[in-house]
Design a protein around this ligand. Structure first.
Ligand SMILES: [Zn+2]
Length: 215
């Protein structure tokens, strides 16, 4: 079932910010976190906006991929280095800094696993710290071990392929469950599902590697 679509206000108002800041170039007021000054159109510093705000999206696991891409490519085009060839060094540097922040925001929000990890981080839960592969939930741990066994026991390329197809279906289901958990603000459940999604991704990578190594 499709979630209800929001009617988006114009781009400059998509992430309303009560704070206005002084533009570094013209001194005029411009909304905090905007890419460009509303008065003189100079690029502004990236600031501290989160990835959602940066792309003018509300903070949610439900991201419309087409909408995300439209926003990303539009901003990327407006930050293209060619547009700043004749500008000051400061504006060139700012446009590059904005482009880096924009890419990071897009890559994080485009991927369901990265998006889930990021949303949990914003909620104060760093469940998947770097280098931490521990699975605390016994049900999820059991499933992970059974999957490892099943993959190890797959004899033929066709069996590995079937295994991978099943895991792909599990991944789709897990992403759907994550969306439900986030809609309910059930961050504990979302954290469990994020751990599950992470190992499902790892298992499917491993099965693809097995399959291609068998030719
Ligand atoms: Zn300005």
């Amino acid at each position: 079932m499709q979630s209800p679509r929001l009617v988006l206000p114009p781009k400059t108002a998509a992430a309303p910010s009560p704070a206005a800041v002084a533009c570094w170039s013209c001194g005029g007021p411009t909304p905090a976190d905007s890419f460009f000054c509303v008065t003189c159109a100079s690029v502004q510093p990236p600031g501290t906006a989160d990835h959602f705000r940066r792309l003018g999206l509300k903070r949610s696991f439900d991201v419309d991929r087409a909408d995300l891409e439209r926003r990303y490519f539009d901003l990327q085009r407006r930050l293209h280095p060619d547009r700043f060839a004749t500008r000051t060094g400061r504006e060139k540097a700012l446009s590059q800094a904005q482009a880096v922040s924009l890419n990071e925001a897009y890559e994080t929000l485009a991927d369901p696993l990265d998006r889930a990890v990021y949303l949990l981080h914003l909620a104060g839960m760093d469940v998947l710290a770097e280098g931490c592969n521990q699975i605390a939930d016994p049900v999820i741990l059991m499933e992970a071990m059974e999957m490892r066994e099943a993959l190890a026991g797959a004899q033929s390329g066709a069996q590995v392929e079937l295994f991978a197809a099943n895991v792909a279906a599990d991944i789709e289901e897990c992403v759907g469950d994550l969306a439900v958990a986030f809609r309910k603000n059930d961050f504990d459940e979302a954290a469990k599902l994020t751990t599950r999604l992470r190992y499902l991704r790892k298992v499917i990578e491993d099965s693809r590697a097995r399959h291609s190594s068998r030719g």
